[in-house]
Design a protein around this ligand. Structure first.
Ligand SMILES: NC(=O)c1ccc[n+]([C@@H]2O[C@H](COP(=O)([O-])OP(=O)(O)OC[C@H]3O[C@@H](n4cnc5c(N)ncnc54)[C@H](O)[C@@H]3O)[C@@H](O)[C@H]2O)c1
Length: 251
């Protein structure tokens, strides 16, 4: 039985974040389910507590420094020092470059990169004190380039450099940092992509699955399982890595 820790999962009201919060709670950790709107976290918190786990809902915009400081302080007060952090909150503002607005660019950079920076800066204060930490950042297969996603692919490639630097700086404090880069995962985010390109979600899933070596799209639980391993005590010698979880190899 590994030690119970306090985990924060951002963007955990739904999708990959909610599945990750549930998985970390099932692993025995107390979990802060953090998302923009506190009331939207209720469902994820209920699922965890109904299964016998411990969780609280925390409303916070990860791109807002003041809200991040307050949210992390609240988690420390209500659950204890947070030592596990999953930077999962994300948005898409897809468009071809010539149609992409400055606002589309800034919004995506702010949530993914600035959000991960602010959350990590606040949480590492506790991790370094505890001499233990696990940080997992959500990258994406889009980090390698994806049509219509100049902003998102740049942010997700940025997450990989951010992760490697965290691993270098924080390793001596017993902290590991890794990135998980999902391929196609069936969530509201990919449903929105289907809508943008004018396909039904079912058709989009079917067409995408054909191009994936394991012949299916991913589910949030596929990502949660990988994150669970990287957040475990026994993963302490894995750091600065990018793990593609995409049903097949990516470079
Ligand atoms: N679905 C995929 O195929 C896929 C593939 C690769 C990477 N990802 C990444 O995985 C992560 C989760 O994706 P998902 O598919 O579950 O998306 P989703 O849209 O279902 O969920 C994202 C969550 O993040 C929250 N969020 C957005 N902005 C926020 C902010 N400023 N502060 C706090 N919370 C905020 C949203 O409210 C939402 O609950 C994202 O980082 C995404 O980029 C997803």
């Amino acid at each position: 039985m590994s030690t119970q820790r306090v985990a924060i999962v951002t963007g955990a009201a739904r999708g990959i974040g909610a599945a990750t919060a549930q998985r970390l709670a099932a692993d025995g950790h107390a979990v802060a389910v953090l998302d923009l709107d506190e009331s939207a976290c209720a469902g994820a918190v209920e699922t965890i507590t109904a299964a016998g786990g411990r969780a609280i809902a925390v409303g916070c915009d990860v791109a807002d420094a003041e809200q991040v400081e307050q949210a992390v302080a609240r988690v420390a007060e209500e659950l204890g020092a947070p030592t596990i952090l999953v930077n999962n909150a994300g948005i898409i503002r897809d468009n071809l470059l010539f149609k992409m607005t400055e606002d589309d660019w800034d919004a995506v950079m702010n949530v993914h990169l600035k959000g991960a920076f602010l959350m990590t800066k606040a949480v590492q204060a506790f991790q370094t004190k505890e001499k233990y930490g696990r940080i997992v950042n959500l990258s994406s297969s889009s980090a390698q380039g994806n049509r219509g996603q100049a902003n998102y692919s740049a942010a997700k490639a940025g997450m990989q450099g951010f992760t490697k630097t965290l691993a270098l700086e924080l390793g001596k404090f017993g902290i590991t940092a890794n990135a998980v880069a999902p391929g196609f995962i069936q969530t509201d985010m990919t449903a929105a992509t289907a809508e943008r390109i004018g396909m039904s979600f079912e058709d989009f899933i079917e067409a995408s699955a054909k191009a994936i070596p394991v012949q299916r799209v991913g589910q949030p639980a596929d990502i949660a399982a990988t994150i669970s391993f990287l957040c475990s005590e026994e993963a302490g010698f894995v750091s600065g890595q990018v793990i593609y979880v995409a049903g097949g190899p990516l470079d």
